[in-house]
Every structure is written in structure tokens, then in C-alpha cells.
Design a protein around this ligand. Sequence first.
Ligand SMILES: NC(=O)c1ccc[n+]([C@@H]2O[C@H](COP(=O)([O-])OP(=O)(O)OC[C@H]3O[C@@H](n4cnc5c(N)ncnc54)[C@H](O)[C@@H]3O)[C@@H](O)[C@H]2O)c1
Length: 297
Amino acid sequence: MKELKDIKNILIIGSGTLGLRIALANALNGYKVTIYDIREEAFEQAKRIQGDLIKMLIKAGTISENDSEKALQNQSFTTDAKLAASDTDLVSESVTEDLELKKKVWAQFGKLCPEKTIFTTNTSSLLPSKYAEATGRPERFCALHFHDVFYANVVDIMPNPQTEPWIIDLLKAYGESIQQTVVIMKRESPGYIFNAMLISVLGAAGALVTFDVASIEDVDRSWMGNFKMLSGPFGILDEIGLDTAWHIVHVFKDEKSKRFSKLLDSYIQQGKLGRKVGEGFYKYPKPRFNDEDFIKG
Ligand SMILES: NC(=O)c1ccc[n+]([C@@H]2O[C@H](COP(=O)([O-])OP(=O)(O)OC[C@H]3O[C@@H](n4cnc5c(N)ncnc54)[C@H](O)[C@@H]3O)[C@@H](O)[C@H]2O)c1
């Protein structure tokens, strides 16, 4: 199988935050999608969130009621791994971010999937070459990393050293077929493209505050005023979740990262995890940076 027309059946492994979104994007674009998870209850949550996403897409005029009905008919949910794998052309794996779990899941599906299947992983922070061998066919294995699928519709293609070049071409065509902007990495590198840039900006913003050069508000004001953006680095951190940011930053041992992780932790200890709990660096639903006079100072 070397052409896009040969890809019809998609298997999504993991029915969580990202799996349900990738599944819906595939179903909306005419693919037959099987969603596999070990937890039945994950399916109810996925269907509910997909329902909300569909309403949002209809409201925005991106899809019609008819499109959404057809899409839902294209999807099926199962906890039966053998059935899920039986006729799959392409796997998109979005299980919990844990290396040992990914190795286990890929060893399982590497054995269950037919020879024709192409394997992709959506890991955010693990290097796929660390579990490529577990698939049993690393030459057909490649990272295909989504952002939020519908609003931030960019995918990174990141081959591991063994990925065959034709897989990259095919994944590019496939990514475009589900309405994504495709960016291709020449080699494995932590954080892919956007996240690697974002981490640098957020790290610089953290240093300006923790070395007492500028206030949180002025860092955001500067970013927003220069780029005409709706939020600045600390508003973005609230969106990501301060706990998630801390998990990424605290592993680095340089002085800048240590100070930044201490700043994040001081908010986390007060339960201020960001927008998801109503407060982080700012209070929601009406953060100060949304005020008309914020940019003026
Ligand atoms: N959340 C994000 O913004 C985001 C963005 C890009 C990439 N990712 C990546 O996507 C992957 C999933 O993240 P998420 O946020 O969707 O996590 P999540 O916790 O929302 O979902 C993970 C799902 O995996 C399932 N799972 C666990 N063990 C399994 C197994 N053995 N077999 C099948 N399913 C299993 C869980 O039941 C759960 O439903 C991670 O690798 C993460 O790094 C996440």
C-alpha cells in the first residue's frame, strides 16, 4: 500500500482528549474509524465531547448537520483489540503519555494488525525511536503529532531513523486529507516544531519574571502589543495548565528552569492550575488581559 486511496480504515488507540478529536476529524473526512480503549467509560465521555465539538463546528459553519450525522455513522467503539486491529490501514495511537505503556500497546498491536498497516503515534514528549522496535516494524512507524485538531490544525510528521521515506509522503497526503496543515521534520527532535518554539518563548517569559526584570502583566502586555495577540505567555500558560507546564520544566536543572519551576509550583500549591480550575496567573472567566485597558497599562 503506497497511495492515499488505499487508506480507508483508521484505528484510533486511546479514546481520550486527543484520540476522540483525531477520530472525529477522520470520520468527518470520510474515513471508517474504529476507536479502541481499555475503558468502556472513556467512550461515553468521548461521545459527549465529540457532540460539543460538532455543535461548535456547525455553529461556525464549518460542517452541516448532515455531515455530522454521516461522520457519526463512520465511527465505532470497541474494547476488543483483535476486532479493532483486524482490517486497519492506519493506526493513530493516543494512549496515556507513558513509555512503558506505549511499548506494551505497540507490542500488542504490532502483532494484531495486518501487514498493510501503517503505524503512527501522537506522543507529545517521548522520542518515538524509544519504542519503534516494540511495533515489530519500525520502518512503517512514524510520529504524526496533532495539536488540538480543529482550532490548531497543524500536524508534525517526525520520522524515526528507520521510517521508510514513502511513509512520510503518504502521511503528508493523509494529514492534508483530514484538513491539517502538515509540517515535516527532517529528524527526531524533542518538542516537534511548534512546541520547541513555544517552550523557548515561555522559558524566556519565566526568566524575565523570576529574575525580577518585569512583571507578569508587562511581559504579556509586551507580547500582545507587539504581535496583536489575544493573550501573552502567562495567559498561554494558564491555557496549557500550570501543572502540565511544571511537568515539562522541572526536569531541567539549569538556574532559569529551576526558578521557573519554583514560580509555577508556588501557584500550583495554591490550587491555581490555570483556566481549567478558574484561576492561574489570571482569574477566569474574565482574565485581566481581556480588559480593553490592559494593553494601555
Ligand atoms: N492533551 C493534549 O493536548 C495532547 C496534544 C498532543 C498530543 N497528545 C498526546 O496524546 C496522547 C494521549 O493524550 P491525551 O491527552 O489524549 O490523554 P488522555 O488521558 O485524555 O487519554 C488517554 C487514553 O488512553 C487510554 N488508555 C490507557 N491505556 C490504554 C491501553 N493499554 N490501550 C488503549 N487505551 C489505553 C485511557 O483509557 C485514556 O482514555 C499522549 O501521548 C499525549 O502526549 C496530547
